[in-house]
Write a protein that binds this ligand. Structure first.
Ligand code: THU
Length: 130
């Protein structure tokens, strides 16, 4: 489990990124932030498209940015949504590629003190691997 100060930094990064979400179709704003092994934090927000199926979830934007900056092992992810929703199945598998047992911190944007923590292997048992 990560230090509470680091967890708060991760949540703050996800909250800030949620402000940049591009979600004109669903109006459902999502912010995510991932913590890499070296302590760096990378955030992302959902990016929708008029061709709805091309939408990219916040988690995958954050993972892509972190990996493109050199990260290969992620130890935690924070996700902020109205109501504190948990990551979709596709995002669970993408997260698992970079840390099957990472901490998952779910935050309610309407009350950011409302935080639930779990691990990715709880959310996605029997992860697919090659
Ligand atoms: N969304 C995410 O960003 N992450 C998830 O794990 C689930 C859904 C986004 C996609 C879309 O922009 C909006 O939430 C509604 O589905």
């Amino acid at each position: 489990m990560m230090e509470s100060k680091v967890q708060q930094q991760l949540i703050d990064a996800a909250l800030a990124s949620r402000q940049q979400a591009y979600a004109p179709y669903s109006k459902f704003l999502v912010g995510a932030a991932v913590l890499a092994e070296d302590g760096s934090i990378t955030a992302g927000a959902n990016v929708e498209n008029a061709s709805y199926g091309l939408t990219i979830c916040a988690e995958r934007v954050a993972v892509g940015a972190a990996v493109a900056n050199g990260a290969r092992k992620l130890s935690a992810v924070a996700v902020v949504t109205s109501g504190g929703a948990s990551p979709c199945g596709a995002c669970r598998q993408v997260l698992a590629e970079f840390g099957g047992a990472m901490d998952v911190v779910l935050v309610d944007a309407d009350d950011p003190t409302n935080v639930r923590t779990m691990t990715l292997d709880e959310l996605l048992p029997e992860q697919f691997e090659l």
